[in-house]
Design a protein around this ligand. Structure first.
Ligand code: NAD
Ligand code: TDX
Length: 332
């Protein structure tokens, strides 16, 4: 049994990871989460109390972080400000949490010698043309576009520097767009599902030609456990499940699964600096560490996600009105 510290474990992907660990290992998890607007303790409901402890705190709190690292065998760092649209509105919290927070954790890993895994995104690589035959690999140069992705890129570079300069035992993963339960209604797929449930027309930025490479959050979790188990210190692994789809196709699929006419959506103001396409080549993770995704079929994973939102209105309803008011103010 290991003692895992999971930062951001009350957020979307972090909570999916905690459920995955509790189901598939006998590890004990301590969650460190500041419960920002994106954190929700209800996302951890149902987990036996002897398997998970919750600490309400901030990743920039060096004393708290140091004391938690001293009691952990490994740390998985999910905590971040994660939404591009918010980063265009108010970038400052992204610098504090994503840059200073990661720095604070790396210093604790240096002092305590703790194994550290840093969760990052494919957005650090910028975007691709729609017809580019290349996908992102571990050697693609960094070229982030938004305040969010530039702070994630900065945090990745801090990890690499702490490995090289101080011998910190760290790995990095850069994953594509996740979908699944417990995702905040500000994000594309849950926003459209909950709009349809509420009788609001889905909102597509611009023409909807932008491509995202979708992976189920549970597959992201299995990849992270694989890297914790077999990953080589100092290495980066890209995580993806060959799930490229453009936004228009995803909205139309949501509408059709939910029994609505597939053209019952609105085109709204495009995102500033909107990345055109992300696409991950996960050959290294698959061949070197033997990982493979379980959710091969996006449509059935999406249908299960829709059912989850239909059954859990109590989980998402408290955030829905404020989220839509934020978007309405931006013409989106
Ligand atoms: P999220 O916004 O749903 O959750 C973030 C969590 O971090 C929340 O629980 C929040 O309360 C917590 N948090 C924020 N600031 C904190 C602070 N200062 N101290 C402690 N906790 C804090 O995000 P997510 O979508 O689950 O993303 C998790 C991680 O995965 C992020 O690092 C993100 O960059 C990365 N990632 C996300 C995706 C995606 O598709 N969502 C894809 C690839 C990588
Ligand atoms: O209402 C919407 N309409 C729309 O067309 C919203 C909210 C989004 N979009 C578009 C923008 C993107 O092309 O859908 C796509 C997905 O948007 P988001 O859910 O905001 O995700 P994205 O910007 O691609 O970033 C996500 O994946 C990478 C996560 O939020 C990041 O944390 C992760 O790093």
């Amino acid at each position: 049994m290991s003692r895992l510290l999971v930062t951001g474990g009350a957020g979307f992907i972090g909570s999916n990871f905690v459920h995955h660990v509790v189901t598939n290992t006998d590890d004990h998890v301590t969650v460190l989460d500041a419960l920002t607007y994106a954190g929700n303790r209800a996302s951890l409901a149902g987990i036996p109390e002897n398997r998970v402890s919750f600490v309400h705190g901030d990743v920039t709190d060096a004393a708290l972080v140091s004391s938690l690292f001293s009691k952990a065998d490994a740390v998985v760092h999910y905590a971040a400000e994660s939404h591009n649209d918010n980063s265009l509105d108010d970038p400052r919290p992204f610098l504090d949490t994503n840059i200073v927070g990661t720095f604070t954790l790396l210093e604790a890993a240096r002092i305590h010698g703790t194994r550290f895994h840093h969760i990052s995104t494919d957005e650090v690589y910028g975007d691709l043309e729609l017809d580019d035959p290349q996908r992102f690999t571990e050697s693609t140069p960094y070229n982030p576009s938004s305040p969010y992705s530039s702070t994630k890129a900065g945090s990745d570079l801090l990890v690499r520097a702490w490995v090289r300069s101080f011998g910190v035992r760290a790995t990095i993963s850069n994953c594509s767009n996740n979908y699944g339960p417990y995702q905040h209604v500000e994000k594309f797929i849950p926003r459209q599902i909950t709009n349809v449930i509420r009788g609001i027309r889905p909102k597509l930025y611009g023409a909807g030609e932008n491509v995202r490479d979708w992976i189920h959050a549970d597959d992201h979790s299995s990849a992270v456990l694989t890297i914790l188990d077999k990953g080589v210190n100092g290495e980066t692994y890209l995580i993806g499940a060959d799930g490229e789809k453009n936004n228009k196709d995803v909205v139309e699929l949501i509408l059709s699964i939910m029994g609505q006419p597939s053209d019952a959506y609105d085109h709204v103001t495009d995102r500033a600096g909107h990345d055109l396409r992300y696409a991950i080549d996960s050959t290294k993770l698959r061949t070197e560490l033997g990982w493979a995704p379980s959710y091969g079929d996006f449509e059935s994973g999406l249908a299960a996600t829709i059912e989850w939102y239909q059954a859990h209105e109590d989980w998402w309803a408290p955030a829905k009105d404020a989220t839509e008011a934020f978007y309405a103010g931006k013409g989106q």
